[in-house]
Design a protein around this ligand. Sequence first.
Ligand code: ZN
Length: 117
Amino acid sequence: MSNELLPCPFCGGEGRIMTALDHHAKAMRFCTTCTSCRADMYHWVNTEAEAIAAWNRRYVCLDKNGDKVFAGDQVKCCGAEGSIVRFGCGHVLERDGTIYQILSGEIELIKEPEDDN
Ligand SMILES: [Zn+2]
């Protein structure tokens, strides 16, 4: 099957496609979420295939030095420190329960996550 979801980029958990009826458009919408850490896509999309493709796409995020940063990295952005927790059209920083959308180039990498291996 081509609808296989990759493991969650943040925790390695299992992805699951959710559907919801968009009453305004009178159409179904799709979003993939992690069943373990609840990471999800930033936007709902129009087809299941789009939800799979978006989930399986691994975004590259660069800090202000042009170095790659990854999900779970501790970063500083616009004065706020936190870790990268979501992905989609933009990377999202969580700090003290507040979600910030951040843009490439604004990010200063503070600390990479500990490698368990
Ligand atoms: Zn997860």
